[in-house]
Structure formats: structure tokens, C-alpha cells
Design a protein around this ligand. Structure first.
Ligand code: ADP
Ligand code: SF4
Ligand code: MG
Length: 354
């Protein structure tokens, strides 16, 4: 782990990040003015339906955006240093050493040519001054930690010899083996069965406590968020629409989208299918509505929603991008307000502009 005695602020600060894809059909604003922070040892859950910009946000932090995508604005500060201003070579040191990432698709980060043990040992040696032997032992230990049976033998096998779930665990072992300050986990347990999932979450929790590792946990599984996260960021169509501590998000959510997500959690004690609670789908990034991006699906929609809502503080440390008042009522500006009236009211309401 990197010692950073000088920096006292949050571990990671993302400010006004915009990552756009310049496709033949038009500009896809995958991440559009995203701001949030993660402190040392904190777990931030990032939730939202598929296509909301969660993966692109995390790949932007790692500076792994390829053409036609480009980070067009914003800052990504790690321990106060702007990663977006770093040279490629310096960025390679940051990856794995200070920040590790578990990808949605394990094959992207495993090399088919080398054995699993070799790859983990290599990662360990790149970031810690240990002998090959020690690195190899650490690799096997980490494979055991993530629940791979017969780890010694498996370490000598190549990725294609393992099942998908097993590969996922090798990747997790690799990401955790270097004791990063920040782990970015993009749907880390989606492909795994429930027992293994619980095991992996336990490993992450353990490292968080032992090493003060921070975790950016991207998942559509709100159960995992409730269990793991301290704070939650809800994304919709490339924007953060709500942010609060985990208790608040689950107890008193403000944004209608968050409410819909919570209502769509299937409950064991109910026989009714609840997954269809939020009507419709995420709008195509090439055909976004004007005003509130959620308005086509929102049961609370008012005329004022044709103007982009402010990102307002609706409670202590609780932010929501919605025209409803903090208590969830129609805004004083009047549900019928449009244009300039709404803009003016929005400016007054906005506590934090992003
Ligand atoms: N290489 C790409 N080219 C064009 N659009 C992309 C590319 N990668 C991602 N996108 C778009 O960016 C948006 C956000 O994607 P993503 O971050 O992967 O969503 P999530 O992880 O929340 O499911 C989506 O609309 C997606 O289609
Ligand atoms: S701003 Fe309007 S449309 Fe958007 S979420 Fe709030 S109430 Fe719904
Ligand atoms: Mg994704």
C-alpha cells in the first residue's frame, strides 16, 4: 500500500467528469458531469440500471477509455493528484499499486499465455519487493483466500483450463494481492454462485478493515449494496441522480428513480413479480429528453420537469437531482413553471452544482 502522509482529503475525488463516445451516429455522453468522493476505508456503492455509465466511470478513473471514447472534462484526484494529468507510464504504476480493478469480464485482465499463479505472482512482484518464491506463495495464499480449492495445482493452470467462476476468482485474487488503496469492483460477483459470492464479499470486507482499503462497488444488486456500502451513488443516464449514506438511501430515498429501484427488489415474502415497477427503459444516449432525463418514466412528472432539475441537498449529506422539495412535494416554484422561472428557481435551490 502506498503511504501518503501528506494528503488529508478524500482518497478519490471525481469532479465534473465527462466521458463521451464520438460514434458515427452521434455523441454518446456516457458519463456527463459526474462528481463524488471516496474516503480511505470507505465503501461506495454505485448503482443504476444497465447503460447508466457505471463501467465507463470506473474505466475513466483507471484511464482505460479507448476510442471512440474520450474524457472531455473533469478531474480525477487520487490522494490529491490528478490522474488525468499523469503520463501513461506513471499511470501504469498507479494501476495495481494504488488502484486495482475487478472487471465485469474476467478475460480482459487475464493473459491466456501464462498460468494463473504466474500472473498473480507477477502482479505481486511488480508492486512489492519480494522474491519470486514469496510472490508465488502469496499467489497461492490469495487463491485460497478467494475460495479456490486445490489452489496449488490450479496455480499451475492456464486461464482457459478454469471455469468462468474460477477465472473470476483468480482475477479477484490478483486485484487484492497487491493491497491496493482503492479497489474498483465492477459487478464483481455477478457470475458467481451465492456461496462463493458471500466468500468474496467477506474477503473484501476483511481487507477493508485490515488495510483501510476503499472500495468502489458497482453493482445492480441492492442486497449487496445494503450489506457492503457506507455511501451510495445512484446513476441514471450518465449522471448522479442521488447520493447519501446507505441508511438514508434505503430508508428515505428522495429521487423517484431510486424509489423505483428499491421497489423492484424482489422480496422472498412476496409472490408478486415486482420487477416491472419502473416503467420503460433507460433512454437511448442519442435520444435523451430535454430537462429531467428520467421524466419519460417518472410517475411524479410535472411541467417544470422539462427544465433540467437542480442537484439539491434534501437532507444532511443527502443530494438529489429532482424538482420535488426535500419533503417530496411539488416545488414552490409551481409544478407548472417553465423556462426562465424554473431556471431561476433551480439556481437558488442548487447547493452543489454537480
Ligand atoms: N465503446 C463504446 N462506444 C459507444 N458507446 C459506448 C461504448 N462503451 C460504452 N458506451 C455507452 O456508454 C453508456 C454507458 O455504458 P456503461 O458505463 O457500460 O453502463 P453500465 O456499466 O452502467 O451498464 C451506454 O449507453 C453505452 O452504450
Ligand atoms: S425532476 Fe420531475 S421528472 Fe425528474 S425525477 Fe423529479 S419529479 Fe420526476
Ligand atoms: Mg457495466
Amino acid at each position: 500500500m502506498t503511504v501518503t502522509a501528506r494528503h488529508v482529503g478524500p482518497l478519490l475525488e471525481i469532479k465534473g467528469l465527462k466521458t463521451h463516445f464520438f460514434t458515427q451516429d452521434g455523441v454518446v455522453k456516457a458519463v456527463d458531469d459526474v462528481t463524488f468522493q471516496i474516503s480511505h476505508g470507505q465503501t461506495l456503492g454505485v448503482v443504476g440500471e444497465s447503460g447508466c455509465g457505471k463501467s465507463v466511470t470506473s474505466l475513466s478513473v483507471m484511464r482505460l477509455i479507448d476510442r471512440p471514447g474520450r474524457i472531455v472534462a473533469g478531474e480525477v484526484l487520487l490522494n490529491g493528484e490528478d490522474l488525468l494529468a499523469k503520463r501513461d507510464a506513471d499511470m501504469r504504476d498507479v494501476r495495481g499499486d494504488q488502484v486495482s480493478m475487478i472487471f465485469q469480464e474476467p478475460m480482459t485482465s487475464l493473459n491466456p499465455v501464462f498460468t494463473c499463479g504466474d500472473q498473480i505472482a507477477e502482479a505481486v512482484q511488480q508492486h512489492t519487493a519480494v522474491s519470486r518464491r514469496e510472490a508465488w506463495d502469496r499467489a497461492i495464499e490469495m487463491m485460497r483466500v478467494v475460495g479456490i480449492a486445490d489452489a496449488k495445482r490450479r496455480a499451475g493452470e492456464h486461464p482457459h483450463q478454469l471455469s468462468g467462476g474460477m477465472r473470476q476468482r483468480v482475477m479477484i485474487a490478483m486485484a487484492l494481492s497487491t493491497d491496493p488503496d482503492l479497489l474498483i469492483a465492477d459487478e464483481p460477483t455477478t457470475a458467481l454462485d451465492v456461496t462463493i459470492q458471500a466468500q468474496i464479499l467477506e474477503v473484501m470486507r476483511d481487507l477493508r478493515t485490515k488495510n483501510r482499503m476503499a472500495i468502489m462497488l458497482i453493482t445492480h444488486d441492492l442486497g449487496v449494496v445494503a450489506e457492503m456500502a457506507d455511501e451510495v451513488v445512484v446513476m441514471y443516464a450518465g449522471k448522479v441522480v442521488e447520493r447519501a449514506d446507505v441508511r438514508t438511501v434505503f430508508g428515505t430515498p428522495h429521487h423517484p428513480y431510486t424509489k423505483g429501484l428499491l421497489l423492484s427488489i424482489p422480496r422472498l415474502d412476496e409472490r408478486v413479480e415486482r420487477l416491472e415497477v419502473i416503467k420503460g427503459t433507460v433512454p437511448s444516449p442519442l435520444n435523451l429528453p430535454t430537462g429531467c432525463l428520467f421524466k419519460r418514466r417518472c410517475p411524479y412528472r410535472m411541467r417544470v420537469c422539462d427544465t433540467a432539475p437542480p442537484y439539491q441537498e434534501v437532507g444532511p449529506g443527502h443530494f438529489s437531482r429532482c424538482w420535488l422539495t426535500p419533503a417530496g412535494e411539488e416545488p414552490a416554484v409551481g409544478a407548472d413553471a417553465t423556462g426562465d422561472e424554473a431556471e431561476a428557481a433551480g439556481e437558488q435551490l442548487t447547493v452543489e452544482t454537480r
